[in-house]
Design a binder for this molecule. Structure first.
Ligand code: GLA
Length: 546
C-alpha cells in the first residue's frame, strides 16, 4: 500500500499532501470504479429516554434510577436504547459564589459509600454502572424554561448564558455523555440561535479537550430560526441533532394536576411534517421532531405503531418520553421491533422524502437504505376512510421492469413481490410500512467540472447534473487522508449551504458519503458546489446521482 507523507501545517492545511492528492485525482489515471468505494461509517441517531414528557420538573435521582433500571429490565437496552436523559427540573437556578451549580442534596443524594450528596456525578456513575449513558439539560439563555414552570414554582436563572465554558466543563467532569440545550432564555432575549449554539459548541469542544470526555450535542430551539440551515456542524461539532418544532404534548405526570392531558395523533403528525428537511440530514446530523409520546396517554396502539414508523423513516432520534416502568406489552413491542429500529438506524443516515401522493392525504414516503436497491416505504393514510395507496417502482427510484421483494418489518414477514407497481389498503389514520428491495438504475457518475481537491477559494464544482428524482441521492466519492473528519459546505443551485462531514479514509483509499439534494426546480441543469474556507486536503473524485 502506498503511504503518503502528511505534514500538518494548520487544522485544515495539508499542502504537500494536497498536491499529491491533486495529481492522484486529477491526473490521467483512470477513475476508480464508483461502486468499489465503501460507505464510510457515520454517527447514527441517538436512542434513549428523556424525563420531561412523563416527569416534568419533578425529576430526581430516584426516578432516574428506576428509569435506568427499566431500560435494562424491559430489554430496551439490548435493541439499542442507551441514553438516560435528565431534562429540566434537576437544577433550580442557584449558583455558588464561584459560579458553579448549587445542586439540591435531597433530590440528588449520595448513592454509594464515599459519595457526597448534591453531586451529579453520583447519578452518572449509577447510570454508567448499568452500561448506559447519561444526559443532562440546560438553556442557552440566562433564565431557562423554569421561568415558565409546568409544575411547581417559578425558578429564574436556570440557563447557562454567561457561564457556557464553566457549565459544559462541569457536565463533562460529572461524566455526562449528552447535553440538551433549550431556548427559553435565548428566545426571550431575542438572541441569534446560530451564534449562541455555535458558542456553546465551542464550550463543549473546550470541555472535551480538558476532560477527554465526549458530550453529544442536542439543540432544542423548536425549529425557530430554521436550525436545519445552520445546525449541521455548528461551532465545529462532528454530530448533533436539532429540534424542528415545539413539543408534541406538554408533560403528562401521573398523580399531578396535569395527569389528564393527552397526546394527540394530529399533534404527532404535525411534528413529523415539520421535521422533514432531508437536505440537512446526512453524515451524522439529524432533524429532531421531539421525544416520542408512544406509551403515553392519548394514542392507541395502532397510532403508536404509526408514530414509530414515522420516526423510523425520518431517521429521527428515538427518545422515549413515556414512563419506562409502566409500559404495556404492546408499547414495548412497538418500541423494540428490531426491523423497524434498523430502518431508523440505517448506515446511510438519510431521511425519507415524500415521493408520491395518490390523492389528498394518501402519501407515499421513501427512505433510501444502505443495501443497494433497498428502501423503507411508508404508505400513510391521513384521511378518515380506508383507502388503497399505490405507487410505481420508479416513484421510489427502482426499475419498473424488475421484480422487487417486499418485507413487512412489523410482522417480520415477506410479502408478495411485485413488478412495476404495488398498492396496499390502508385503514383510516393508519400506515403500512414496507421494506422493498429491487433493482435501481445505474446512477450517473459526474466528474468535477472544476477543481477536485478542496482549497480555500477553490471550490469543487459539478455542473449540468441531472436526475429524474426531485430530491435525489448523491453519493460522493472522496479521499480524506488526514486523521480528522473534514467538514465542507455543499451548495446546491446556489441555495443555502449545508456542512457535509467527510471522515478519514486512509491515505490511499476512496470512500463515499451520501446526501439528498433538492433538485426540484432545475431539471437537468443542477449545480453542486463544494467549498472549504481553508485548504482541506480533501479530494472529491466524483458524484454518483440517482
Ligand atoms: C421545552 C422543550 C422540552 C423540554 C422543556 C423543559 O419545552 O422543548 O423538550 O425540555 O422545554 O421545560
Amino acid at each position: 500500500m502506498r503511504k503518503l507523507q502528511v505534514r500538518k501545517t494548520s487544522p485544515c492545511a495539508l499542502a504537500i499532501l494536497a498536491t499529491l492528492v491533486a495529481i492522484l485525482l486529477c491526473g490521467s489515471a483512470p477513475m476508480h470504479a464508483q461502486n468499489t468505494a465503501r460507505q464510510i461509517p457515520i454517527p447514527l441517531p441517538p436512542m434513549g429516554w428523556s424525563s420531561w414528557n412523563s416527569f416534568s420538573n419533578t425529576i430526581d435521582s430516584q426516578i432516574t434510577q428506576k428509569q435506568a433500571k427499566a431500560m435494562i429490565s424491559t430489554g430496551m437496552s439490548k435493541v439499542g436504547y442507551q441514553y438516560v436523559n435528565i431534562d429540566e427540573g434537576w437544577w433550580l437556578g442557584q449558583r455558588h459564589e464561584d459560579g458553579s451549580f448549587v445542586v439540591d442534596p435531597n433530590a440528588w443524594p449520595a448513592l454509594a459509600p464515599g459519595e457526597k450528596a448534591g453531586d451529579m456525578s453520583n447519578i452518572v456513575r449509577y447510570i454508567h454502572s448499568l452500561g448506559l449513558k447519561a444526559g443532562i439539560y440546560t438553556d442557552a439563555g440566562e433564565s431557562g424554561c423554569s421561568m415558565y414552570p409546568d409544575l411547581g414554582p417559578v425558578y429564574m436563572h436556570t440557563g447557562s448564558e454567561g457561564h457556557y465554558e464553566q457549565d459544559f466543563l462541569q457536565f463533562a467532569k460529572w461524566g455526562f455523555d449528552y447535553v440538551k440545550v433549550d431556548w427559553c432564555g435565548g428566545d426571550k432575549e431575542n438572541l441569534s440561535a446560530a451564534v449562541q449554539y455555535a458558542e456553546i459548541a465551542r464550550a463543549i469542544a473546550l470541555a472535551e479537550a480538558k476532560t477527554g470526555h465526549h458530550l453529544y450535542y442536542s439543540i432544542c430551539n423548536w425549529g425557530k430560526q430554521s436550525p436545519w440551515t445552520w445546525a449541521p456542524n455548528v461551532g465545529g461539532v462532528a454530530a448533533d441533532i436539532w429540534r424542528t418544532s415545539g413539543d408534541i404534548v406538554a408533560p403528562i405526570v401521573a398523580n399531578s394536576k396535569n395527569a389528564d392531558r393527552k397526546a394527540s395523533f394530529p399533534g404527532m403528525l404535525s411534528n413529523f411534517d415539520q421535521g422533514i428537511h432531508p437536505e440537512a440530514e446526512h453524515t451524522g446530523f439529524y432533524n429532531d421532531p421531539d421525544m416520542m409520546v408512544i406509551g403515553m396517554p392519548g394514542l392507541t396502539d395502532t397510532q403508536n405503531r404509526v408514530h414509530f414508523s414515522l420516526w423510523a423513516i425520518s431517521g429521527a432520534p428515538l427518545l422515549v418520553g413515556a414512563d419506562l416502568t409502566t409500559l404495556s406489552e404492546a408499547t414495548l413491542a412497538t418500541l423494540t421491533n428490531p426491523e423497524v429500529i434498523a430502518i431508523d438506524q440505517d448506515a446511510l443516515g438519510l431521511q425519507s422524502v415524500k415521493v408520491a401522493e395518490s390523492g389528498a392525504g394518501l402519501e407515499v414516503w421513501s427512505k433510501p437504505l444502505s443495501k443497494p436497491g433497498e428502501r423503507a416505504v411508508l404508505l400513510l393514510n391521513r384521511t378518515a376512510e380506508a383507502k388503497a395507496i399505490s405507487f410505481l417502482s420508479h416513484d421510489i427510484g427502482l426499475l419498473d421492469s424488475s421484480p422487487a421483494t417486499v418485507r413487512d418489518p412489523w410482522a417480520h414477514k415477506d410479502l408478495e413481490p411485485f413488478t412495476g407497481s404495488d398498492s396496499a389498503n390502508v385503514p383510516a389514520g393508519d400506515a403500512v410500512l414496507l421494506v422493498i428491495r429491487g433493482a435501481e438504475p445505474k446512477p450517473t457518475v459526474y466528474k468535477p467540472t472544476r477543481g477536485a481537491e478542496l482549497k480555500a477559494n477553490h471550490p469543487v464544482e459539478f455542473t449540468h447534473v441531472a436526475s429524474a428524482a426531485r430530491v435525489p441521492r448523491v453519493q460522493i466519492a472522496y479521499m480524506n487522508p488526514d486523521k480528522a473528519t473534514r467538514f465542507v459546505e455543499l451548495r446546491v443551485n446556489g441555495g443555502t449551504a449545508t456542512k457535509v462531514a467527510f471522515p478519514p479514509t486512509g491515505a490511499s483509499s476512496l470512500a463515499t458519503v451520501t446526501v439528498e439534494s433538492p433538485f426540484e426546480k432545475t431539471g437537468a441543469n443542477n449545480e453542486l458546489n463544494f467549498s472549504a474556507s481553508c485548504d482541506s486536503g480533501l479530494g472529491i473524485q466524483s458524484i454518483a446521482v440517482e
